[in-house]
Design a binder for this molecule. Structure first.
Ligand code: ZN
Length: 277
């Protein structure tokens, strides 16, 4: 009798423990996206060679030396900041240092980047709308002996807040310095879910300047537009884009518009300005 009661209590205890565990499971699923982004703090656009060590020893960057532009204050934000003229879902929305996305904007069709077959895609999210063209790109590049991996994708507004504040705290609140390598909240194209930071096994999937010398980077320069991708921050355009050259950062605008950008000979920033009057 006593034994039976014990078993009954044990079963009851299990029930109490397991019902909330199931509920928590569902919540965790929803929060998964945010957790993944937290990891990205170490993957912020940063010229450091060894990105995995950024968290312990943030590099102090000398802005004037990294610029190939003659405009010395290319990293500064304009005095007047405006909301983006197009909706965040619009592939041609202009997001830069002057036009910022609302804190409430998040794409509604985020999926795992791995749906495209790109290496390391399990850890990042992208808009579903770019998956078919990205899948083609991954297959075609592979067929030509090119290895591509993703090292950053969607970044929420809140992640941008955390990242920017993190770098400020690590650099004595030196805003001018932090503005040279980390976007202020709402100003990152990564919030669109249509931006990929690429790397390759050629450089051990690291993020940074060394990507420019890889076969993968050269392949992207020649072919990315055929799949709807355009390099956002080209070399020597710091004074226009507000960012130093980022050989790894590509934005998807769709095949038709990417071709138009390529044919126009304009950089993406100017093309988008023309389309966001
Ligand atoms: Zn990027």
């Amino acid at each position: 009798m006593h034994m039976k009661k014990g078993i009954l209590y044990f079963l009851l205890l299990l029930l109490i423990l397991f019902i909330p565990a199931k509920t928590v499971d569902l919540i965790v699923d929803k929060e998964e996206i945010n957790e993944k982004e937290e990891k990205e703090i170490e993957w912020v656009e940063n010229p450091s060679k060894d990105s995995t060590k950024i968290l312990e020893t943030p590099k102090v960057i000398k802005p004037l030396n990294t610029s190939t532009s003659t405009d010395s204050n290319w990293w500064e934000y304009p005095k007047d900041i405006y909301p983006t003229k197009r909706n965040g879902n619009d592939l041609l929305v202009l997001v830069n240092k002057q036009y910022k996305l609302p804190s409430t904007y998040a794409p509604s069709d985020l999926v795992k980047a791995s749906n495209s077959g790109i290496r390391r895609g399990e850890d990042y999210y992208l808009r579903n709308i770019i998956i078919p063209d990205l899948t083609r790109m991954v297959i075609d590049s592979k067929a030509e002996g090119i290895d591509l991996s993703i090292v950053s994708g969607y970044r929420s507004y809140q992640t941008q807040v955390n990242t920017y504040n993190y770098w400020l705290s690590k650099n004595d609140n030196n805003v001018a310095l932090v503005d040279t390598f980390s976007a202020r909240p709402g100003h990152s194209q990564h919030q669109l879910g249509t931006v990929i930071d690429f790397s390759s096994n050629e450089i051990g999937d690291r993020l940074g300047d060394e990507f420019a010398n890889t076969k993968a980077s050269k392949w992207l320069i020649a072919n990315a537009y055929k799949y709807g991708f355009v390099l956002s921050f080209p070399k020597g355009s710091e004074s226009i884009t507000g960012y130093k050259f980022e050989s790894w950062h590509y934005r998807y605008v769709g095949v038709q518009y990417a071709r138009e950008v390529a044919d126009s000979g304009q950089i993406l920033e100017l093309y988008l300005r023309g389309n966001n009057p």
